[in-house]
Design a protein around this ligand. Structure first.
Ligand SMILES: Cc1cc2nc3c(=O)[nH]c(=O)nc-3n(C[C@H](O)[C@H](O)[C@H](O)COP(=O)(O)OP(=O)(O)OC[C@H]3O[C@@H](n4cnc5c(N)ncnc54)[C@H](O)[C@@H]3O)c2cc1C
Length: 294
């Protein structure tokens, strides 16, 4: 119902909603051409392109869009819980990893019956099919049993929900017009913050539509060179801590281990050496979250 209202509203403003799969978007002198999956072409004066990780595939390489990866997120939805009395709150979070790569357990009561239990995260390239990961389902149900339900057996029923979080190679959002085509506005790479920051992005789109410049967006330009992570030693300690905490939250290490941290440090040095060989003269420190995918 809300969407119907929205469609009516935008058509009043002469913006057309095209509810189908887009194959390619390219620019011509007078118009932007949008080609759908049946190869039918549509013309537009301006385009807002916000197709999650797929954004990368819809544009020609000549626009130099930053590389995008997908962070696959898996969560559970339940409608038949019997909750632990002591422990229970409407919303709570348990995590040891608040940083980039990590999964984190959170529980959200939607109403008397329904609850959301999230969420895992693993990274793949955009052209890989995202699938439900057994380890995540196992880990979420394990924590659910530990923290939420009072049932001895898993009588609780779940649906598994999956989504893809678009993540730019430097892990900052990609928001703004293209340098080579100012009539196309990109909004993607929002990772795990897209819902929270969408009102702000709407404001930016509104300003762009009015032809106003926005200095803030330079940092987030979709066709920028990757923003630096920081110093190499900052990247190294992040690399060690994020992998270590991911192993910890999945209970793959029981006791703290300096030996493992040393092993991860050596692994980092090896990876940096390989990256330096691959990207000669590259000055920016790349984000360690993506070293295994570059
Ligand atoms: C499990 C999970 C939990 C999350 N929790 C939070 C949270 O608590 N808070 C928060 O702020 N964010 C959260 N996020 C992140 C948030 O969902 C994303 O940042 C946000 O959805 C990104 O919005 P988007 O519009 O850029 O992309 P998407 O929501 O991915 O939307 C892209 C749309 O483009 C469409 N599309 C793709 N290709 C084409 C094509 N060729 N033609 C036509 N349409 C196409 C897709 O069908 C989709 O509808 C979570 C994500 C996941 C996966």
């Amino acid at each position: 119902m809300l969407f119907n209202f929205y469609k009516k509203e935008i058509s009043r403003k002469k913006i057309e909603y095209l509810g189908f799969n887009i194959k390619k978007i390219r620019s011509r002198k007078k118009f932007i051409i949008i080609k759908d999956e049946k190869n039918i072409e549509y013309k537009a004066k301006k385009v807002i392109l916000a197709a999650g990780p797929e954004t990368f595939n819809l544009l020609d390489k000549k626009y130099n869009l930053l590389n995008i990866f997908q962070g696959v997120g898996i969560a559970l939805e339940t409608n038949s819980q019997k909750r632990k009395k002591k422990e229970f709150k409407d919303y709570f979070v348990r995590t040891v990893s608040s940083i980039g790569t990590g999964c984190g357990f959170h529980f959200l009561q939607r109403d008397n019956q329904n609850a959301y239990v999230g969420a895992g995260n693993y990274l793949v390239s955009i052209n890989k099919k995202s699938q439900n990961r057994l380890e995540t389902a196992y880990w979420l149900t394990k924590f659910y049993k530990k923290l939420v339900t009072s049932r001895k057996f898993y009588k609780d029923h779940f649906d598994i929900v999956k989504g893809s979080r678009a993540r730019a190679i430097d892990d900052f959002a990609m928001i703004g017009e293209l340098k080579k085509e100012k009539r196309i506005f990109i909004a993607t790479g929002l990772g795990r913050t897209g819902v929270s920051i969408s009102p702000k992005i709407s404001n930016y789109i509104y300003l762009w539509h009015q032809g106003k410049k926005n200095k803030v967006l330079k940092f987030f330009a979709p066709d920028r060179k990757p923003n630096s992570f920081g110093t190499i030693s900052e990247a190294k300690s992040y690399y060690i801590e994020s992998i270590y905490s991911a192993l910890k939250i999945h209970e793959m290490i029981k006791n703290d281990s300096d030996k493992l941290k040393k092993k991860l440090a050596l692994q980092f040095d090896k990876k940096i050496k390989a990256l330096n060989k691959k990207f000669r003269n590259y000055k920016t420190t790349l984000n360690p979250n993506f070293y295994h995918l570059i």
